[in-house]
Design a protein around this ligand. Structure first.
Ligand SMILES: Cc1cc2nc3c(=O)[nH]c(=O)nc-3n(C[C@H](O)[C@H](O)[C@H](O)COP(=O)(O)O)c2cc1C
Length: 219
């Protein structure tokens, strides 16, 4: 795939085949992501990868927390989003739930769909990306660049992923499991592997606004 094809074919995948990624492929992808730029080259990303029994243990801990404990994220998301972002959020949810056959008022089914986040969408691998707790938005920008480079590198290898802010809701699970110092904050998770094309959620396609809504030219 050339660059345009990689960018255009990356999308969020929420259902995976039970097939693990060879370790050398995983290493190659992580080495590519590691080439992401960062302010003064500080490379602030910390990445914690789990597969196999480790993934199963994390999944159990997340499900337990998500069904019994209020979230305690290091970085709460501002909600509700102001307009026009809220409408885009709603459109995105409608697109996903339509594909999944979930009716608008079906709260039980929506809750079950949300819980799929904590099952890592059945992915064979999950990773968490963190940074030092002293950093703020300016360094989170670097970590975001790392995350996109990583997702594109996965796509270029024929792999699929879903970035998950939901996995930032219980950061202590990640710190405990990977035995991290308290000064590592968790920004996001990423489930990844081989796409299961038979999963309805994976038929979701969301568009983008025209660039005129985000770009201003002065010439
Ligand atoms: C930082 C970030 C956090 C996200 N969190 C979630 C999440 O918790 N659960 C989920 O299903 N999708 C999540 N997504 C996926 C977005 O919904 C998705 O990127 C967006 O709808 C655009 O669709 P696309 O990725 O298929 O192009 C997240 C994406 C990003 C970049």
């Amino acid at each position: 795939m050339n660059f345009q094809q990689v960018v255009e074919s990356r999308r969020s995948v929420r259902g995976f085949l039970p097939k693990t990624i060879p370790h050398d492929t995983l290493t190659r992808v992580l080495k590519l992501a590691n080439l992401a730029p960062s302010n003064c080259n500080i490379q602030p990303w910390h990445v914690f990868v789990a597969s196999g029994e480790s993934l199963a243990a994390l999944k159990a801990a997340y499900i337990e927390a998500a069904t019994s404990t209020p979230p305690k994220p290091d970085y709460p998301s501002p909600r509700p989003f102001p307009e026009p972002y809220r409408q885009r959020q709603i459109d995105c949810a409608i697109a996903l739930y339509n594909e999944m056959g979930i009716a608008r008022g079906d709260k039980l089914a929506r809750d079950a769909a949300t819980l799929r986040n904590f099952e890592f969408f059945d992915a064979p691998h999950v990773l968490f990306i963190g940074m030092n707790a002293k950093f703020g938005a300016s360094v989170a920008l670097d970590v975001g660049m790392y995350a996109q480079t990583l997702m594109l590198a996965l796509t270029a290898e024929g792999l699929a992923s879903c970035a998950q802010g939901a996995l930032r809701q219980y950061p202590q699970i990640v710190r405990d499991f990977f035995e991290l110092d308290d000064d590592i904050n968790i920004l996001m998770g990423l489930s990844f592997g081989y796409e299961d094309t038979s999963v309805a959620a994976n038929h979701t396609r969301v568009g983008r606004e025209d660039i005129t809504s985000s770009v201003i030219f002065r010439e």
